[in-house]
Design a protein around this ligand. Sequence first.
Ligand SMILES: N[C@@H](CCC[C@H](N)C(=O)O)C(=O)O
Length: 263
Amino acid sequence: MSYPFLKGHGTENDFVVLPDPDESVHGDLDPDRVRALCDRRAGIGADGVLRAVRRDDGWFMDYRNADGSISEMCGNGVRVFARYLHERHGEDFPVRVQTRDGVKVVSRDGAGTDLTVDMGRPSVRGATEVSVGHLTWPARSVSMGNPHAVAFVDDLADAGPLLEAPGHDPAVYPDGVNVEFVVRRGAHHVAMRVHERGAGETRSCGTGACAVAVATALADDAPRGTSYRVDVPGGTLRVVWTVDDRVLMTGPAELVAEGTTDL
Ligand SMILES: N[C@@H](CCC[C@H](N)C(=O)O)C(=O)O
């Protein structure tokens, strides 16, 4: 059996999009198959899979990490998903996308190619710690629907090659965590690296950039509505934590290839 797929990315966080309007792919998409699709040598290669399911009341984004695990939310993925719905299904902006973390609304600003997603309310949690080897950093726990630990470091290289998941407190993160390492670059401007749960180090993480902007705004005591520039290895995202306690993230979303796969 062969299935259509598309390949897309947002700030080089890349995804296989699997159209599955009638749920015929679902039964075949077990964790082994997700891993095979995401394999960068033997498969298509991606940080995750976005299965596009049509429901009576709209489109659902079924997000899977490259290791086959399920996540609640993907911030770069939801922009790519909205781009797909707009280009291939004629959905007008603002596009509504159902996710495991509720409905996200994706809009297009003017004539530019960037998309803005309303990521909803952040959940700011307590202080925690993360570690790599013998180094430990204090971190802020933030949920953007999925779990994050944000650690400010002196230099992004301090985290090393990030070949393994950073150490974290399993009592705070019983289901694992996405870890962001952050440095300041200027006023309201930071840069980050991320180790994603279920994918390893990636070139970007949208929910991670939002968690970083929230943690930085708190550290700065910045007024709500302050716009943060968040540089990631794969590009730049802009994040605003609004006066009404919502996080808006703006960045690119591109479809770059399509084909068929036997999964
Ligand atoms: N890259 C994504 C986040 C994907 C899910 C994450 N790895 C998790 O397990 O929570 C993003 O852009 O937000």
